[in-house]
Design a protein around this ligand. Structure first.
Ligand code: CU
Length: 70
């Protein structure tokens, strides 16, 4: 299990943050996810064996946002 902070771009309100947070929480291997609109970042705790960052990145891009490793 590990926790990483990612930067998120493209959010323009708190509900953007809430929808990204929900999406992250539903990804394979994710134990918890917290997205902050103010800080433009996401803190994600996940199981390395199951978490697939490239997939997550693709899904978030399809929603109109971008996520990047810090
Ligand atoms: Cu929004």
């Amino acid at each position: 299990m590990q926790t990483k902070t990612y930067s998120i771009s493209g959010m323009d309100c708190g509900s953007c943050a809430a929808s990204i947070e929900m999406l992250l929480q539903n990804q394979p291997g994710v134990k918890s996810a917290k997205v902050s609109f103010e800080n433009k970042e996401a803190v994600v705790t996940f199981d390395d064996a199951a978490f697939r960052f490239p997939e997550v990145e693709k899904t978030i891009k399809q929603m109109g946002y971008a996520i990047a490793e810090k």
